[in-house]
Structures are given as C-alpha cells and as structure tokens.
Design a protein around this ligand. Structure first.
Ligand code: UD1
Length: 345
C-alpha cells in the first residue's frame, strides 16, 4: 500500500525532527521543508540513523509561495501538513517584532492558501501554552481564558490560531488541529537528535545541560521569591518524544477525517507542575551530575506558574505523556554528551 505523504515544515528543528522520526516509524512518508535558519542538514542523518529512512528534504523558506508551489508539484498527493516552521525566541521577538509577524504569519497564510489547490486534508499547528498568559487557575484546560500576549512571539501564536479558525469557519475544504505545547524538553533516547540552540541558550534545559558539561559556568535561576512552594517558577515539562507522538495521532485523525469538529484544540502537557529548582534536583539525581547554579533576580516577562490539564488529549486522542521526568533528563544529558563526542560543542 502506498504510504500517506505528510509535509513537515521546520522538520529539521527540535520538535520537527522528533516528529519526523515518529511519523516514519508509524509508516508515513515525510517531506521536510526547512530554511535551516535554526537547524542544520546533519539532522537528516540523525533521522535516517534512527529510522533507516531518509526523509525527502527541500531547503527553502515557507515565506516564499513559489517555493511551496514547486514543493507541492514535485511531491504530489500530500495529505497533511504539520507546521513547525516559525521563529520562537521570546526575547528576540521583542527586538524584532516585524520579523516574527512576517515569518510566522506569512508561513501560515501561504500554506493555508495552497491547501485547497493541492487537495491537502489536514493542518496541524504548533501553538503554545503562552496563549494562557499568567493563568488565574492551574491546571489550565482548553477553555481557560486566552490572555493578552506579552510578546510578539506569543501574539503570533494567538493570531495564527485565529487565522486558522476564521479560515475553517469560512468553509475551508480541510480541517485543523491546534496543539498547545507546554515546555518540551529532552531528546530522542538514541541521542542522535535533540535540541541544538544557536548561541547562548535562552531556555532552561539547554542552559542546564551546557552548564553540567562545563560550557557555561553557572546556571542562573531566575527568581526564588515567587508565590510557589519553593519560590521558583513552575512549568509542565513534557518529553519531546511524547509530544512528537501526539502529532502523529493528530495528523492521522485529520487525514482519516475523524475529527469531531473542524478545528480541534488540545493541551499537550503531563498535568504535573514542576518547579525550576525541582527540575535541577531531578536532573542531578537522575544523571549523578551536579549543576552549579545560583539564584538571581526574576526574568522580566516570566509567567509564575502554568501547567496543563491534559484530560482532553488523553481521552479524545488516546494519548498520554508518560515518560518519567528523570528519564527525560537522562535523555537531555545523553544528547549533550553526544554533542561533545561529535565535537559540536
Ligand atoms: C517560553 C515561552 C514559550 C515558548 C518557550 C520556547 C512564554 C510565557 N513562554 O517558555 O511560549 O514556547 O519559551 O521558546 O512566553 N529559567 C531559569 N534560568 C535560565 C532559563 C530559564 O531559571 O537560564 C527559568 C525561567 O525563568 C522559567 C523556566 O526556567 O521559569 C522555563 O524557562 P524557558 O525554558 O525559557 O521557557 P518558558 O519561559 O517557560
């Protein structure tokens, strides 16, 4: 039987590469488009080493309609799109808002416009718990209020969700699933793919593992005077492979036209809130490696605490994030060691 063809934009990135692996393992044929702005070609080797299959790869930018049109023509019969291609650094988005609006909105609009012409049935969108802002109550469900975005990055996620919903409501011949990620962390257990941030990491786990291996002197914990159990912020850290598997279920559901509504929205988290200090402890206990750290002032714009109620995804998608956090920390560490062995950093 012919394999179902799926387009993964941003497929050499962190979550895109893990999702590509799970799609291939589940019997899909993957076409990746990526402009390599925050990733590199060697990711394709990692994917091939894990799965035994090299995904089709187009180096290009989803901002460019001609590139996309050529892709759909060269790879006919694409049934679903999973859209990871986007800029994602909160701080950078404050300095370069137009870059964020252009990249994230144009990419989405270009893809949605081309879907009817090429008969694509489903669209999976990477959204974020950032749409909930600082929630009044935790855990958050999909019906929790959407708060005013605190960064252009966060605003692009809200606007993109609205663009998708408006387009579907106007009678698009395709359906969509919006996935709101909490904090994706860890790497593939093979240590052949993982997160590879450019420059000094802004996110917690890459900074933590780079400190543990000695690239950075000390991890700064941004604040221990928050109204939480130990004073540090609380997040819902979800294993990236668990997260990737939800995409396979989502795209399958769309391609098989099994969605219950034209736009379905799911929180992807574990349901457990873990503090920054607890996470450092878990890492140290799981790996036996110490993480030098110090408490510093709060980081402007940080949410105090947010964690998911994942019941909707658990029941409707039959999906659960069940990798123990300790195993996830070991995977992040093995990936950092792999980068050292390869001489990457
Ligand atoms: C942010 C965004 C999220 C986005 C994600 C990926 C918001 C509210 N959240 O998540 O939407 O998808 O980045 O770019 O905009 N921390 C330290 N020291 C560090 C780094 C982080 O203590 O060196 C703390 C932070 O203060 C925070 C926690 O670790 O409490 C997680 O931070 P981070 O990994 O940057 O993710 P978020 O800010 O939660």
């Amino acid at each position: 039987m012919e394999k179902t063809r799926i387009l993964v934009t941003g497929g050499t990135g962190y979550i895109g590469s893990h999702t590509t692996v799970e799609l291939i393992n589940a019997g899909f044929e993957v076409v990746i488009i990526d402009n390599l702005s925050n990733s590199n070609r060697e990711v394709l080797d990692g994917i091939e080493a894990i799965t035994g299959v090299r995904p089709n790869f187009v180096e290009g930018d989803c901002n460019d309609t001609a590139t996309l049109r050529k892709l759909f023509t060269d790879y006919p019969g694409i049934k679903g799109i999973i859209n990871f291609a986007a800029s994602k650094a909160v701080g950078e988005s404050m300095e370069k808002p137009l870059l964020y609006y252009r990249n994230n909105l144009n990419t989405l609009i270009n893809l949605l416009e081309l879907m009817p012409e090429f008969g694509v049935k489903g669209f999976v969108f990477s959204s974020s718990c950032t749409v909930y802002g600082e929630p009044d109550e935790n855990p958050v469900t999909e019906r929790s209020p959407i708060k005013t975005a605190t960064s252009p990055y966060g605003n692009t996620k809200q606007i993109c969700e609205e663009i998708i919903t408006d387009t579907v409501n106007a009678g698009s011949p395709w359906n969509a699933i919006i996935l709101r990620y909490f904090n994706p962390v860890g790497a593939h257990p093979s240590a052949l793919i993982g997160e590879l941030p450019n420059g000094v990491p802004q996110n917690l786990i890459p900074y933590l593992t780079q400190t543990a291996i000695g690239i950075r002197k000390e991890l700064s914990v941004f604040g221990n005077d928050y109204p939480t159990r130990d004073g540090s912020c609380i997040r819902d850290f979800i294993n990236v492979v668990d997260l990737a598997k939800a995409h396979v279920i989502a795209v399958k559901r769309l391609v098989e036209e099994k969605t219950l509504e034209p736009v379905e929205i799911f929180n992807l988290g574990t349901g457990d809130g873990v503090s920054v200090l607890e996470l450092i402890n878990t890492f140290e206990e799981a790996t036996g490696v110490k993480v030098p750290h110090k408490i510093v002032g709060r980081r402007p714009g940080d949410i105090i605490q947010v964690w998911a109620d994942p019941t909707h995804a658990n029941t409707v998608l039959g999906w659960k994030a069940d990798t123990p956090l300790a195993d996830t920390m070991v995977s992040a560490w093995k990936w950092q060691e792999h980068l050292r062995e390869k001489g990457v950093m």
